[in-house]
Design a protein around this ligand. Structure first.
Ligand code: NAP
Ligand code: G4F
Length: 325
């Protein structure tokens, strides 16, 4: 029997890569999408199967993490073997503008989904997309033992969802895992995250379509990996013998400045001539330095990343050059 998976956030960067991974492994994949006035499933173009496809293995359902009844009904109807909760208002800076909404979707949404699983598919394995943002100002290297010090409404919501996942594991015996993933990027990254903003800006400036790039804090350091490597870790966690929480990271941190340097060099330009700091992109409280220690995942799950920092930057810029051509 093929395994059946339900993915929230399937239209996002990670959701689209995870859906492809699970389909390649023979899963029947169900994805939750929100209704929107324009098409929001472009990342799924390569795997979309319309309702006319007989016996399709990829099915999209309307729902919302703020609507507990829709989640309960979907879980009851689909009876998934695995549930991946990737849906979130995932933009840290935006979470300062819409904190209540962020908490509702990113924090309480996880609790709603856990309840749906507990009540309607208690044998399902559950993955929660926790985040290195939860570590906030805790000094690097951060691992599973590091105390959280969240620095944004988004991070506070992720901490709540993380603890809810642990509590449902302890209280109800759910096979519930939290992956504490450090930043991961790629060709499908949203345009307002710093890496894609830089990759796109470098490509456009290189092609003479843009004259400057406005950014915020250039000193922030992140442990950046590629999303394809990271969704593989999600799947490995749910294939383990017992549920647990794992840090997923490359173990290498670079500054926003270094990202700019490599991205602009890819198009033969000196970044310092084009990048300007604009205070509007500074955050009320910043996370200065994230660098993960993923020894546990490497040892227990056999996980390791394949894409280096330099390859990541080059792949993102090259993809933007193709987009713009
Ligand atoms: P993303 O590209 O922003 O995707 C977020 C997904 O959540 C989208 O499919 C979005 O749908 C969906 N969503 C938003 N609000 C929703 C709601 N109310 N109900 C249902 N779905 C909703 O994020 P990502 O980078 O793929 O990240 C996936 C998950 O991992 C997120 O939970 C994120 O917080 C977490 N995470 C990401 C990173 C990273 O570096 N990428 C690191 C650690 C943790 P629309 O397409 O309709 O907006
Ligand atoms: O790309 P960012 O917006 O990602 P951030 O805040 O680290 O959050 C991402 O990674 C988290 C994992 O740690 C995820 F949980 C979360 O969902 C998201 O995927 O910003 C990275 C850094 C920050 O320090 C920010 O202040 O880049 C700095 N930055 C500088 N200029 C900028 C900009 N960030 C953005 N988005 N836009 C700028 O113009």
């Amino acid at each position: 029997m093929n395994r059946r998976a339900l993915i929230t956030g399937v239209s996002g960067q990670d959701g689209s890569h995870l859906a492809e991974l699970l389909l390649s492994k023979g899963y029947e994949v169900h994805g939750l999408i929100r209704r929107s006035s324009s098409i929001s499933t472009t990342r799924l173009d390569g795997i979309y199967q319309g309702p006319e496809v007989a016996g399709r293995s990829f099915v999209l359902h309307y729902g919302d993490l703020t609507d507990g009844q829709s989640l309960a009904r979907l879980v009851a109807d689909i009876q998934p073997d695995e549930v991946y909760n990737l849906g979130a208002q995932s933009h840290v800076a935006v979470s300062f503008e819409i904190p209540e909404f962020t908490f509702d979707v990113t924090g309480q949404g996880a609790l709603r989904l856990l309840e749906a699983v507990r009540n309607h598919a208690p044998a399902a394995r559950f993955y929660q997309a926790s985040s290195s943002e939860m570590f906030g100002s805790a000094p690097p290297p951060q691992n599973e033992q590091t105390a959280f010090h969240p620095r944004s409404p988004y991070a506070v919501a992720k901490v709540a969802a993380h603890y809810a996942t642990q509590n449902y594991r302890e209280a109800y015996g759910l096979f519930a895992c939290a992956g504490i993933l450090f930043n991961h990027e790629g060709e499908r990254r949203g345009e307002t995250f710093v890496t894609q903003k830089i990759a796109r800006g470098a490509a456009r400036i290189g092609q003479g379509r843009q004259s400057e790039l406005l950014l915020g804090n250039l000193d922030a350091r992140r442990d950046w990996g590629h999303a394809v490597d990271y969704v593989h870790a999600m799947w490995l966690m749910l294939r383990a013998d017992a549920p647990d929480d794992y840090v997923i990271a490359t173990g290498e941190a670079h500054s926003v400045r270094e990202f700019c340097q490599l991205a602009f060099a890819r198009v033969g330009l000196d970044w310092e001539r084009y990048v300007k700091v604009d205070e509007r992109y500074l955050r009320p409280s910043e996370v200065d330095h994230l660098c993960g220690d993923s020894t546990k995942a490497r040892t227990a799950l056999g996980w390791q990343p394949d894409v280096s920092f330099e390859q990541l930057v080059h792949r993102m810029v090259d993809a933007q050059l193709e987009n713009e051509s």
